[in-house]
Design a protein around this ligand. Sequence first.
Ligand SMILES: Cc1cc2nc3c(=O)[nH]c(=O)nc-3n(C[C@H](O)[C@H](O)[C@H](O)COP(=O)(O)OP(=O)(O)OC[C@H]3O[C@@H](n4cnc5c(N)ncnc54)[C@H](O)[C@@H]3O)c2cc1C
Length: 327
Amino acid sequence: MQSATRASRGCLRTGSRNVLRPPLSPKVQLRFASSSSRPIRSSAVIVAIGAVSLIAFPVYVALFPKHPALQPQVYTDLTVFSTQRVTPQHASIGIPIPPGSRSLFGIDAVRRDRSKPEDGEIVIQHLYVKNPDLMIERPYTPVNNVERDGIANIVVKKVQGGEVGRHIHGLHAGDSIGIRGPVTTFAINPTKYDKIIMISTGTGISPFLQLLDKLPVTSSTELHILHSLPKPDKQDWVVSSGLLPRLQDRFGDQLTVDRIPPGSIPEVALESALRGADKAKVMVLVCLPPNLLKSVAGPMAPNLGQGPLRGTLADLGLSPANVVKLE
Ligand SMILES: Cc1cc2nc3c(=O)[nH]c(=O)nc-3n(C[C@H](O)[C@H](O)[C@H](O)COP(=O)(O)OP(=O)(O)OC[C@H]3O[C@@H](n4cnc5c(N)ncnc54)[C@H](O)[C@@H]3O)c2cc1C
């Protein structure tokens, strides 16, 4: 037993097949040690170092990327690129997304059940931002096509006593921001519909701004936004930010924008948006606070599922397959 162990120690292992080979003969070892072979030895060492570096560098970059990757379940600290006060209540924040994570917002985006979208389907997503002092998070929806721009632009409303809104409004360019995501909000294939109607108030329009920014201009689907005006003493962030006017320029007559008075969503506005449309080929997307959502489309289910279709849209003859509720 002992002699077998000694024999193994005296052998060299070849890498792949675990074959034991006898050690180099003393003659060979002496040749390597002789001074006349120094130039050969140093060039061999240089070649070896070069080869190792060529392999090691990409491996190092892959294992320790300069920009950390975004993940839906784990926070990544990124650096705020820009902040802009678009109204006294609304701040627009630009967050550069690490290059390796940009495809998560486009080509590698997934549906809510994590399946791959079909051809032409557009995935709308949100990100979670944390308040590091309180360890709480809130979701925010980029208003742009993040994969194309390499930057996520979120517009955040500051509400009275709002913990995360206050934190975000206090950020400046160069500050660190903890985010996780993207998380899928919903997916829609516009090619399946003649018309898409989008109903919202306040920052509830954000998923629709993202959808329209991701929608190719070549799309022939008719687009109709019903969005409430701000209260008379407040400024209109969708206009002052330039976001809605830019989309109107982009889509021209294909996009109708109806601004409705603040408060409840008038039935007549819904009726008029649906007039003349083939109800089987219409998709109505509704992003409203719970009380307004209830009267337009019925409440969400307690588990934030869609719940039954009720309210004005049910009265107007739409079926659940033609309505997506968002809160
Ligand atoms: C999927 C998803 C995407 C979202 N995207 C955005 C977005 O892009 N931009 C954005 O600003 N918000 C967005 N929200 C809302 C956001 O997540 C927070 O709920 C909101 O910013 C308030 O958080 P807070 O911590 O500042 O206030 P909190 O501490 O949660 O609330 C403080 C108080 O303000 C009240 N309050 C909360 N929201 C409002 C409101 N909108 N108006 C009036 N009072 C309110 C609360 O009831 C509470 O009394 C989104 C929500 C969801 C579910």
